[in-house]
Write a protein that binds this ligand. Structure first.
Ligand SMILES: Cc1cc2nc3c(=O)[nH]c(=O)nc-3n(C[C@H](O)[C@H](O)[C@H](O)COP(=O)(O)O)c2cc1C
Length: 184
C-alpha cells in the first residue's frame, strides 16, 4: 500500500532585509494544504528568527549539506517556492552554480521535474545589470514560474510593505490541485 502524505513545499529564503517576513508565507501555505520546510541560504540565516520558523514548520531549517550517514531531515519536495530571492541566487541558479544547499536544490529541481516558483526581491540598480533579465529569461525557459515583483529603489531600505509573499502560492496552485487530486 502506498503511504499518503500531504504535499510538501520547500521554501527557499535568500538574504534580504525582508527575509524575516517568511512566516507570512508559511502560514498561508499551511492554510492552503501544504506542509513546509525552509531552506535558507547561508547568508539568509542571519536575517531569520530560526526558532520561530522551526516552530511553525515543525522541521529544522536547512542551510548546509548534511554529512553522509545523517538522515534526510525533510521529506522530498513536491514543489519549491523561492522568496526574497536575491540577484545573487537568481543569477547563480540560472548559470548552474551550486555552491549553497539552496542552489543545489534549485539546480537539481529542473532535472527532477519539480515545479518551482520564484518571487524576486531585487533593487532597480541590480535589476539594470544585463545578467539579471538574461537569468530570468533562462529560468523561464526552464519552466520556472516567475512572480511579478517590481524592483525596489536602491538604498531605500527596501519596499517591505509592497512585497507579495504569497504570490508564489498563486503560481503553484495548479500543482497543489494536481497533487491533491492524485492523492484521492
Ligand atoms: C541589509 C541587507 C539587505 C539586502 N537586501 C538585498 C535585496 O533586497 N536584494 C538583493 O538581491 N540583495 C540584497 N542584499 C545583498 C545579499 O544579501 C547578498 O548579495 C548575498 O550575497 C546574497 O546571498 P544569497 O543569495 O545566498 O542569499 C542585502 C544585504 C544586506 C546586508
Amino acid at each position: 500500500m502506498t503511504e499518503h502524505r500531504d504535499p510538501f513545499l520547500y521554501i527557499v529564503v535568500c538574504a534580504t532585509g525582508i527575509a524575516d517576513g517568511v512566516g507570512e508565507l508559511i502560514t498561508a501555505a499551511h492554510s492552503e494544504g501544504w506542509k513546509t520546510g525552509v531552506i535558507a541560504t547561508p547568508s539568509a540565516l542571519g536575517f531569520l528568527d530560526q526558532e520561530a520558523i522551526e516552530a511553525q514548520t515543525g522541521h529544522p531549517i536547512r542551510s548546509a549539506w548534511r554529512t553522509p550517514g545523517i538522515p534526510q531531515p525533510l521529506p522530498p519536495a513536491d514543489a519549491i517556492a523561492v522568496v526574497s530571492a536575491t540577484f545573487n541566487t537568481i543569477n547563480k541558479w540560472a548559470a548552474g552554480i551550486s555552491d549553497t544547499l539552496a542552489l543545489g536544490i534549485l539546480c537539481e529541481a529542473y532535472g527532477l521535474g519539480i515545479p518551482v516558483a520564484v518571487q524576486p526581491y531585487v533593487n532597480s540598480a541590480l535589476a539594470a545589470h544585463p545578467a539579471y533579465p538574461e537569468s530570468l529569461a533562462r529560468l523561464r525557459s526552464m519552466g520556472v514560474l516567475i512572480g511579478d515583483h517590481m524592483p525596489h529603489r536602491p538604498k531605500s531600505g527596501g519596499a517591505r510593505e509592497t512585497y507579495n509573499w504569497t504570490h508564489v502560492l498563486d503560481l503553484l496552485r495548479p500543482t497543489l490541485g494536481d497533487l491533491q487530486e492524485s492523492a484521492t
